[in-house]
Design a protein around this ligand. Structure first.
Ligand SMILES: NC(=O)c1ccc[n+]([C@@H]2O[C@H](COP(=O)([O-])OP(=O)(O)OC[C@H]3O[C@@H](n4cnc5c(N)ncnc54)[C@H](OP(=O)(O)O)[C@@H]3O)[C@@H](O)[C@H]2O)c1
Length: 276
């Protein structure tokens, strides 16, 4: 991965940090997108120490804010001429009721709208750097979701945490497949993946009993990062696009995630929401 620029969102914690370590070990140039300066700098130092790779940069951005994403993209483009791997890894699992600065349901804003906007704004540099790869970190929780286009922000119903989170991940899957169709022939690939159940900070909004449940059977962040690292770096997946992976293997995602009509609708609505 020498000479390859890899941008990883949410690279200060959990699966994102482990992915950054894995790719830094392969000599890639790492750009960490993090929202908190202190947490970002601590992780940056650790990644450099653990891997001996000094090409680990940190850029700040709160992905819940569309203005911050636009600012980040111009900062990134001023600094870098290439982008070979974009890993949309950052994610949250927030109880219903929390809104982004732009007024969108928070899970939907961070887990779907942010990768939608960030990726679209970086498409030019990804195309110029081709062959390049986009990896969207989804979740098996997309299977629990049902999209209600009349109430996409879930304002008129009460939803449990996993369903709300699942909606954002199903939207991300539909977007990923639609993007892979739009990018045909460009040598920019887009794949999605489920990392498994991984012991990270993600479940901090869950009840204490649910947080503890099964944790000792969870994967470590490094194990959870294996599929992201594989999709970012392996020659085996060169040219493969529009697929869903778990345990470094192609899997079928939910039936709803392959609905092309819904994918087009999600694209249009997301473009409006992000003023793309
Ligand atoms: N853990 C699992 O079992 C599991 C299962 C399926 C899918 N996933 C997915 O895996 C991905 C990584 O999650 P994780 O499990 O590693 O959780 P994590 O340890 O909580 O890491 C999430 C990362 O996203 C960042 N982030 C959250 N909101 C952000 C924002 N507004 N702007 C910028 N960065 C933001 C966090 O930053 P802070 O540290 O500043 O909060 C953190 O770096 C997520 O997309 C998640 O949905 C995880």
């Amino acid at each position: 991965m020498e000479g390859k620029v890899c941008l990883i969102t949410g690279a200060n914690s959990g699966i994102g940090k482990a992915t950054a370590i894995g790719l830094a070990e392969l000599n890639a140039t790492i750009v960490m997108l993090c929202r908190d300066k202190d947490r970002g700098e601590i992780a940056q130092k650790e990644i450099i120490e653990v891997t001996g790779n000094k090409k680990v940069d940190l850029l700040l951005c709160d992905l819940s804010s569309q203005e911050a994403i636009r600012k980040f993209v111009s900062e990134f483009k001023n600094k870098y001429q290439n982008l070979h791997v974009l890993i949309n890894n950052a994610g949250i699992m927030k109880k219903q009721g929390s809104l982004s600065p732009d007024g969108f349901e928070m899970n939907f804003a961070v887990n779907h709208l942010a990768p939608f906007l960030l990726t679209n704004l970086l498409l030019d540099i990804l195309k110029e750097s081709a062959p390049s790869r986009i990896i969207n970190v989804s979740s098996a929780a997309h299977r629990m979701a049902k999209l209600d286009f009349d109430d996409l922000q879930s304002e008129n119903k009460k939803l449990r945490l996993m369903r709300l989170y699942g909606i954002s991940k199903l939207a991300l899957m539909l977007f990923s497949y639609e993007l892979s169709r739009k990018l045909e022939g460009t040598r920019v690939t887009v794949n999605t993946m489920h990392p498994g159940m991984v012991a990270t900070n993600l479940g901090r909004d869950m009840s204490k009993s649910n947080q503890g449940f099964g944790k000792r059977f969870f994967k470590t962040p490094r194990e959870g990062a294996e599929t992201s690292i594989y999709l970012a770096s392996s020659p085996e997946v060169e040219g493969i696009t529009g697929k869903y992976y778990a345990k470094k293997t192609q899997k079928k995602s939910s039936k709803k995630s392959y609905n092309e009509e819904d994918a087009k609708k999600i694209w249009e609505i997301s473009a409006e929401m992000t003023k793309l």
